[in-house]
Design a protein around this ligand. Structure first.
Ligand code: SAM
Length: 263
């Protein structure tokens, strides 16, 4: 199990930033299980094509592969987990669901969970910071030859994954943004191809920018307010070369996102 209980929620200590995710028992007592995923994980699952062979990296409870096998979307999967506790939780859940024949759980760092003979063609990496997801992809990229689709769900810093795509011959074929339990999540669907993003698309996502949904607006209004708060704090803290650089970066981002929100 992941994290500690606080106000009825499980605060995930392994997520980057302030994000937490909720599992097992939700506020109000509703339980989650492999057939009834959270909205966030259900959205990730919706991008896995029928008949795929999946590797879920950072699987924790293994709900996602269990759900996809149970619903008949996939026949087999690898659940990779680097930490012993979540690995054991994944093994136990897979056994409890009677899916040990279909889902192989491996204690492994990132893409090292995938073996050639698995013939994995789809990868999910969800519920971590974008920088960690990009690091996992970078470290394991030599083992992604047979992979046709990667579905990434960063809790923060999706820009790190879009930048990884640009540098590594992957592109984004779809994106989704959703709000669940007051948290906003982005989902990026990657396939092989040469990406070409403008600076603003890199930051906010090409598909999400084109759609400009209410949740997207809410996310970037929140970010803008936070940047403005940081800028005011830097301005009142006095001068240094570092502070000047940070101010320029923040002002550029505020202007760029401000334009998106006012158009
Ligand atoms: N994917 C699940 C979800 O979205 O609900 C679990 C998310 S949980 C916050 C992140 C999991 O990723 C943790 O169980 C953590 O141990 C695992 N993790 C972090 N870095 C990893 C890595 N390099 N390789 C495999 N697992 C990793």
């Amino acid at each position: 199990m992941c994290g500690s209980i606080s106000g009825g929620f499980f605060d995930c200590r392994r997520c980057s930033g302030k994000q937490h995710h909720i599992q097992w028992k939700r506020k109000g007592g509703g339980h989650l299980n492999p057939l009834k995923l959270s909205e966030r994980l259900a959205a990730v699952a919706s991008f896995i094509e029928k008949g795929s062979v999946l590797a879920d990296i950072g699987s924790d409870h293994a709900y996602l592969p269990c759900h996809l096998v149970r619903t008949g979307t996939i026949e087999r999967a690898v659940a990779g987990e680097v930490a012993k506790g979540p690995y054991e939780s994944a093994v136990a859940n897979v056994a409890k669901e009677g899916l040990s024949e279909s889902i192989t759980v491996r204690l492994a760092n990132g893409i090292a969970a995938i073996r050639k003979e698995d013939e994995v063609d789809a990868v999910t990496i969800a519920g971590m910071g974008g920088t960690l997801i990009a690091d996992i992809l970078e470290e394991g990229k030599a083992h992604l030859q047979g992979v046709k689709r990667i579905v990434a769900q960063p809790n923060i810093h999706a820009i790190a994954i879009r930048s990884w795509c640009l540098a590594n011959g992957w592109t984004i074929v779809d994106e989704r943004i959703l709000k669940e339990d007051h948290k906003i999540y982005e989902i990026l669907v990657l396939e092989k191809g040469q990406a070409a993003f403008s600076e603003i698309e890199l930051l906010v996502g090409p598909f999400l920018l084109a759609e400009k949904s209410p949740v997207f607006i809410e996310k970037w209004v929140r970010e803008l307010e936070e940047w403005q708060r940081v800028l005011r704090a830097i301005e009142s803290a006095g001068h240094s070369e570092e502070a000047e650089k940070r101010k320029i970066q923040l002002k550029e981002k505020i202007e760029m996102v401000g334009k998106v929100l006012s158009n």
